[in-house]
Design a protein around this ligand. Sequence first.
Ligand code: ZN
Length: 246
Amino acid sequence: MKRNTFIKTVALTGIGLGVLPNLSFSMLQNKFTLPQLIGKGNPDIVGNTYTSKMHKEAKKEFLKMQMEARKDGIEIDVISAYRSFNRQKQIFEKKYKKYTSQGLTPLDAIYKIIEYSTIPGTSRHHWGTDIDIVSLLPSPLENPLQAKHFHGNGKFCKLKEWMDANSEKLGFYLVYTDNPKRKGFKYEPWHYSYAPVSIPMLQEYKQLDLKEIFTKEKVLGSEFFTENFIEQYRNENILDINPKLL
Ligand SMILES: [Zn+2]
């Protein structure tokens, strides 16, 4: 039975929540709209710039975390926060054109893009709950989002150490961990998610029909997304993440 039909049935038959002990209220009601889940409009996003736009709750808690870190002499700078569907589409399609013009087949180009970048409509940055962080901007580093900067003698080691010790108790979790068994996106020591909002969003996101979204939005290259590809992308890139965020 579809969820909406179920809700109607519950309403029509007058079954109260009290006789459904195994179903919490949140399971009976979708909290997020499709546009919210795929970056096409979200009234909960606050902020004006690329690095300050976040889900209002995530932002409030991020600012608290930033203050806490500052007390310990650590600066947390956001390099990327909320990203719209259209922005992700630009990023994806620019890379797609570049790689295919270099001679890669469409499918090879797509696989290369999804080492680090998402297909529009599937980015956790669409939710406003996820941020990419570095330390001490402006950074002299040309490409600061590389794992080597967060380890060894890297420029952001102190930041990473502080996050390892403190971020989870403040609600922020690494998404793409360095677990060697993990598939999907590569290790991203800079990408954190505000779990109290992103966990319920992922639960609802899982119910979406991705193929329908890609087809409707006419993403460049989407004609090469086979059923198998989409299934693999869903299982590995969307769901093979830090298990604490599932
Ligand atoms: Zn990110």
